[in-house]
Design a protein around this ligand. Structure first.
Ligand code: DGL
Length: 276
């Protein structure tokens, strides 16, 4: 395929649900000319309590679907799928693919002063110990404390972003991290930046919160530049620059997306992901 055509192709981004939209938001900010095809696996969320085999199977199906949309690169905008499936899938496909874990680990290792880093994430991501491995590879004397926060995902999916129930759950989950003296906390699930202010309030100002989405978008830009795939012209007005697909509940997803983006999401299509 010609280089110029490659530049015009969209980037595929996926997550188990709405969480990956926090990564899309960063990509839109940092490389605003790019086209994006997003898939949220709303029929099968959550991934965080499922096995590595299941999450890898789901991720493979989504990658196959995104390839039918002619994407030039893929971002796994889900920590659990990045932890469980990225290593395997990158061996199987012929386009660049990145996850969110490594960029998050790099930012945290840079940000910490006292070397004590907390990670909040799904059970799957915490049990995989992937953040600990990446951080230790960069900073061998770092102390990494993981805490699974499984209830955060349904709270976010239900839109309870600023709610006393979310505050209460956050207090319970995070108290152990406050006691441990961390100075940096990774929001290791793409849903969590949506409750960043609650987490920040509970942890206090002295703790730096790391949103891996920010560094992921930088990493994506670097990769596309290196491969000469970066889009250099904003798609013409009227072009569908951003497309959204889900496996269930298109209307609910659309409503949610419109609460977090400035630009209006006009259409969300439902597909049968099991066919891929
Ligand atoms: N947003 C996903 C992540 O970053 C997981 C949510 C879930 O499906 O459990 O891990």
């Amino acid at each position: 395929m010609e280089e110029t055509n490659l530049k015009n192709l969209p980037i595929g981004v996926f997550d188990s649900g709405v969480g990956g939209l926090t990564v899309v938001r960063e990509i839109m900010r940092q490389i605003p000319k790019e086209r994006i095809v997003y898939f949220g696996d709303t029929a099968r969320v959550p991934y965080g309590s499922k096995s590595k085999e299941t999450v890898t199977k789901y991720s493979r199906q989504i990658v196959r679907f995104l390839k039918t949309q002619n994407v030039k690169a893929i971002v796994i905008a889900c920590n659990t799928a990045s932890a469980y499936a990225l290593e395997q899938i990158e061996k199987e496909i012929d386009i660049p693919i990145i996850g969110v874990v490594k960029p998050g680990a790099v930012t945290a290792a840079r940000a910490t002063d006292n070397g004590k880093i907390g990670v909040i994430a799904t059970e799957g991501t915490i049990n995989s110990e992937i953040y600990t491995q990446y951080i230790k590879a960069l900073k061998s004397d770092a102390k990494v404390m993981g805490k699974a926060c499984p209830l955060f995902v349904p709270l976010v999916e239900e839109g309870l972003l600023e709610d006393p129930v979310t505050d209460e759950i956050a207090q319970r989950y995070l108290s152990v991290l406050i006691d441990s003296g961390i100075d940096t906390l990774i929001l290791g699930c793409t849903h969590y930046p949506l409750i960043r202010s609650t987490v920040g309030r509970v942890m206090g100002e002295a703790v730096t919160l790391v949103n891996p989405a920010y560094e992921t978008a930088i990493e994506l830009k670097r990769l596309l530049t290196e491969k000469n795939m970066l889009q250099d012209e904003k798609p013409a007005l009227g072009t569908n620059q951003y497309q959204f697909f889900v496996s269930d509940g298109a209307e609910k997803f659309q409503h949610f997306a419109n609460t977090i983006f400035k630009y209006g999401v006009l259409a969300v299509k439902q597909i049968n992901i099991e066919e891929y």
